[in-house]
Write a protein that binds this ligand. Structure first.
Ligand SMILES: [Zn+2]
Length: 448
């Protein structure tokens, strides 16, 4: 632990002079905000929960042990609401041959068919969860490959790890199949598997074998099946949508229409929505308004969009690939940031670190000048979207889960990797180390 963060090993202690972005607080507090919108607070930790939150000064004169943060940043642990931890950490076994979306789909599909056993999936998913936990992530929603004939393997691992990790990370899962998989009777069986596993129903709005270019045939009819299956079982929906620059094949407005047509009362999340950024302003504004009317939430995956979108051999990319975050938020649409793929053919990089994802999102999406409530997109906003309870927020009486940073301002926080952050889980400092890549060598040594 860095010398600046000698957190008392006690059941009851004060974290004094913590600088907390106001957007993380579940209840507003009368305290002056700095230029980042952060408040200087004292927080009492007792028996693993937050016993008090008060303007700085409350801890003065207390006989309880005090750790003085000296105005450094204190955040809640964060939420990664869109990942693919069943696919991850297959490098160098299966790289993307050229970095393209087609290369990603082919590589990932080949890896699944060649190597995925219960043990292979379990070890890679567990590796991902250990990375996330050390970085200060307390809730993860992962999509799971759910093709006919092989879906049960991933869902079985998910159920096992959800239980094993339940005290450290709240794990949710979503089915991932091309939407035309719902055309036959498999859709019904998959929806049953998802319901029996306590999952979320999902699909990608492209046809089997497609790369988001061109509209899926009968998309509205397929959406009708999906919404019906979800409604019948009381399931929420989470879809991969418009992950391309093709403005002719926009599924997002069709999904908004389906929500309204079905009077769907569950939660509906649309991930990516890249091509919305390339629509003419008036078209984008109309689609955004429809999203707001239908109550859809959006999750943007900036690091993976930067990696896959506008990639062509020998050509430098010209656009960022991310959805219009600011315009959506201005219209009242909840927008969260997610990490998406990690060390697999869809994204060669990443470490399940939502602080890193936030830092990159700030730069890619200009979520600064001012930062305003941008940090909320990794905490309270995804928490509300996926129903993660108090995780991602700071509230009296809830588990004391924090990330302590050496940084005092958001500028300092975004500039450095924050490798010396201290994660606190239910009042105790997390001392686990990041897992070593070498642990997976026997699994993913180059074999293709
Ligand atoms: Zn994804």
């Amino acid at each position: 632990m860095p010398a600046w963060a000698e957190v008392p090993a006690a059941d009851r202690y004060w974290l004094k002079s913590a600088r907390v972005p106001a957007c993380f607080l579940a209840a507003s507090l009368a305290a002056p905000a700095d230029e980042d919108g952060a408040l200087l607070l004292d927080l009492l930790v007792e028996n693993g929960t937050i016993g008090a939150i008060a303007p700085a000064g409350a801890a003065a004169g207390s006989s309880t042990p005090v750790f003085d943060l000296g105005g450094r940043q204190l955040w809640p642990t964060l939420i990664d609401m869109h990942t693919h931890i069943d696919k991850g950490h297959v490098l160098p076994r299966t790289p993307n041959r050229d970095g393209s979306f087609a290369g990603a789909r082919e590589g990932s599909s080949g890896d699944r068919k060649a190597y995925w056993s219960h043990e292979d999936i379990r070890r890679r998913m567990d590796f991902a969860l250990r990375c996330a936990y050390v970085h200060g992530v307390s809730a993860i929603r992962t999509h799971l490959e759910s093709h006919e004939g092989s879906a049960e393997a991933g869902w079985a691992v998910f159920r096992e790890l959800r239980e094993a990790w339940s005290s450290r990370i709240a794990l949710q899962a979503v089915s991932l199949v091309p939407i035309d998989a719902f055309a036959g009777d498999y859709g019904e069986r998959l929806a049953d598997l998802v319901a029996a596993s306590g999952g979320v129903l999902g699909a990608v709005t492209r046809a089997s074998g497609g790369v988001h270019r061109g509209m899926v045939e009968d998309l509205d009819a397929l959406l009708d099946i999906l919404f019906r299956l979800a409604a019948e079982r009381g399931l929420d929906l989470d879809l991969h949508v418009d992950e391309s620059g093709d403005v002719e094949a926009a599924a997002l407005p069709r999904i908004a229409d389906a929500v309204l047509r079905h009077r769907f009362t569950g939660s509906v999340v649309c991930g990516h929505c890249c091509s919305l950024a390339l629509q003419p302003d008036d078209v984008a504004a109309a689609v955004i308004a429809r999203c707001a009317d239908s109550g859809i939430a959006i999750v943007t995956l900036p690091t993976v969009n930067m990696y896959l979108q506008d990639r062509a051999g020998g050509r430098t990319p010209r656009w960022r690939g991310v959805t219009p975050i600011k315009e959506l938020r201005a219209a009242g649409v909840p927008v969260a940031i997610g990490g998406d793929n990690c060390r697999d053919p869809f994204h060669a990089y990443g470490d399940h670190d939502m602080v890193d994802t936030f830092q990159q999102a700030v730069r890619i999406g200009h979520l600064d000048h001012p930062f305003a409530d941008a940090p909320a997109m990794a905490g309270p906003i995804p928490s509300a979207i996926i129903g993660a309870g108090p995780i991602g927020t700071i509230a009296k009486g809830t588990p004391a889960r924090f990330i302590l940073f050496r940084a005092r301002s958001l500028n300092e926080l975004v500039c450095r990797p924050q490798s010396d952050r201290v994660v606190i889980d239910r009042g105790q400092v997390v001392t686990d180390a990041l897992p070593d890549y070498a642990e997976l060598d026997d699994l993913v040594a180059q074999r293709i």
